[in-house]
Design a protein around this ligand. Structure first.
Ligand code: NI
Length: 178
């Protein structure tokens, strides 16, 4: 297993829709293992393949049951979904989201409260996930990534322009320091 580099906004690769996986082989399983290790090392609860520069529809998540994002039982809720697709949705929930590709920035995002996702597991078997609350939010966030959508794209135009300016300014300031 290996930790892979995480692409950061405004990398254009993050805006590209990923390709569906057609063959579940060892390459995909290695990708999944690497994504899990990368997610844990970055202290994330979800990661999409295009965030590590791979044009494939794969997401991994490990969403804690409680609010403690630091000390939770890692692996308990670990799930990897290939070619995930939201097949049912209902309710509404607002949550302050962040993203490993947009470090240090968060914003309130509107999501469905409950969703059903279909997909394929690492052995090529079909799977269906019923999710609610933070797990449903994280799944929608990661599936958005596969479609080239970042959480800031879900904000109202005004808020989106405001936060994009702030992010780009902080990147420039960071570059000046280096
Ligand atoms: Ni993200």
């Amino acid at each position: 297993m290996a930790i892979r580099g995480i692409l950061k906004y405004p990398d254009p690769f993050l805006k590209k829709k990923t390709k569906p996986v057609e063959k579940i082989d060892d390459e995909i399983r290695t990708l999944i293992d690497d994504m899990v290790e990368t997610m844990y090392s970055a202290k994330g609860i979800g990661l999409a393949a295009n965030q590590v520069g791979v044009d494939k529809s794969v997401v991994v998540l490990d969403v804690p049951d409680g609010d403690d994002r630091e000390n939770y039982e890692k692996g308990k809720n670990l799930v990897a979904v290939i070619n995930p697709l939201i097949v049912a949705q209902d309710g509404e929930i607002i949550y302050e989201e962040g993203c490993l590709s947009i470090p240090d920035f968060t914003a309130d995002v509107n999501r469905f409260e409950r969703i059903v996702v279909s997909g394929i597991d690492r052995h090529g078997k079909g799977m269906e996930i019923k999710a609610e609350g933070l797990f449903a939010i994280a799944l929608q966030h990661e599936i958005d990534h596969l479609n080239g959508i970042l959480f800031i794209d879900r904000l109202s135009r005004l808020k989106r322009e405001f936060i994009k300016k702030k992010i780009l300014k902080s990147i420039k300031d960071e570059e000046k320091r280096l």
